[in-house]
Design a protein around this ligand. Structure first.
Ligand code: SAM
Ligand code: MD0
Ligand code: SF4
Length: 357
């Protein structure tokens, strides 16, 4: 048996992968080797989740931001985006529409909008009103917020906190998330978990990160007990300092999806429609992802992040829009009850793990 097959066999038999194993996977260069890795990732996904895929609706409710991340279209100093802050009534209407279309979770996302962050009560009220009007699992992606506010948001009904570090190399972090504190961002995630929220971590890929960087991130994701982990390829944005960096190649993202699946078999891994639209969905699912994120209702003036408008008004980033691809991948949309069951089980597992550590 080749050393690659031994590693894949280990993962399929639920054995831990060592750093050496991870490096061996991430350093593969041959296409046929990657095809074997993707096939093993699908097998592990099927062992853990059967043919179920979860679907997340994305509601970017405020595109105002006080930060100046060098990679982001919505950075404060970019004058190109048309900024908006949606009314509560519209946000709630959108959530209800997303739920009836079949999504399992609504992801409430904003730039670090001073309007919300200077008075956290607005955010708490939004979460409470949304939960009262539309009983659906909820993720919040508001950026770094104070511990007290995180506690209130968890009590108001937020199930998940998404906060992506992008990189676990503090020097690279300083170049990406300008004037932001690496440690404060990490601490916010721990606080959210201690309040009972599930955590999503994320990596920005395709920026020349080394295999050591990738392994460090995988370790940190495991130690932090993230429940969802993503890799998103950097997409160059007009009007930003990184506009000329590119064109993007999605191979690192696809490989990270597969290696995450083998190393952290039980977590949720997104295939984001935000990175390469509908045409990139199949390869992400075939690499071992099990959540489709960034489903956005058309014609409501709602934006994506890495691609502000790609495929949105065409109706491709919708539940009906992705069905053929799920079928081609021999996967199916889970039921809402199945998703709720997964969340509750995961929350219990984490409580037990924390109590015994
Ligand atoms: N403002 C909040 C924050 O930054 O945490 C929430 C927004 S969150 C949706 C923004 C995430 O989208 C970033 O953490 C990054 O991973 C991803 N993103 C932003 N710009 C991107 C780009 N140009 N290419 C790929 N991913 C990008
Ligand atoms: C996505 N555009 O899922 C969204 C976003 C924020 N929690 C998620 C990056 O791809
Ligand atoms: Fe603001 Fe988030 Fe974009 Fe950074 S990534 S500029 S915090 S919206």
């Amino acid at each position: 048996m080749s050393s690659l097959d031994k590693i894949l066999e280990k993962s399929m038999s639920r054995l831990d992968l060592s750093d050496e194993d991870l490096a061996c996977l991430l350093l593969c260069e041959k296409e046929d080797e990657w095809q074997r890795i993707f096939a093993a990732a699908r097998q592990v996904r099927s062992r853990e989740f059967g043919d179920k895929v979860f679907l997340y609706g994305f509601v970017y409710f405020s595109t105002y931001c006080r930060n100046d991340c060098s990679f982001c279209y919505y950075r404060r100093s970019n004058s190109m985006p048309g900024r908006y802050r949606k009314e509560f009534s519209e946000i709630i209407r959108t959530a209800i529409e997303l739920k009836s279309s079949g999504v399992h979770l609504v992801d409430l996302t904003m730039g670090e909008d001073a309007y919300y962050l200077e008075n956290g009560r607005h955010l708490v009220r939004l979460v409470k009103e949304l939960k009262a009007a539309c009983d659906i699992p909820l993720m919040i992606s508001p950026g770094v917020v104070q511990p007290e506010l995180l506690r209130e948001l968890a009590q108001a009904g937020a199930d998940w906190y998404a906060l992506y570090q992008e990189t676990h190399d503090p020097k690279v972090f300083a170049k990406l998330r300008l004037h932001q504190d690496y440690q404060v961002r990490m601490e916010a995630k721990k606080t959210a978990q201690s309040c009972g929220m599930l955590l999503e971590e994320g990596l920005l890929s395709g920026l020349g990160e080394s295999v050591e960087d990738q392994i460090r991130s995988l370790h940190i994701m495991k130690e932090m007990r993230v429940s969802q982990g993503r890799s998103m390829t950097f997409i160059p944005q007009q009007g930003t300092p990184m506009a000329q960096k590119g064109p993007s190649d999605f191979s690192t993202e696809l490989r990270l999806i597969a290696v995450m699946r083998l190393y952290l078999p039980e977590i949720l891994i997104p295939a984001s429609l935000d990175v390469d639209g509908i045409r990139g969905l199949k390869e992400r699912l075939l690499a071992g992802a099990n959540v489709v994120t960034s489903i956005i209702p058309p014609a409501r003036g709602l934006a994506g992040v890495a691609h502000a408008c790609q495929d949105i008004d065409e109706g491709f980033r919708t539940v009906p829009g992705i069905q053929n691809i799920l079928t081609e991948c021999k996967l199916r949309q889970a039921t809402l009850a199945e998703y709720r069951e997964w969340i509750e089980k995961r929350k219990k597992q984490l409580q037990t793990a924390v109590a015994s550590s």
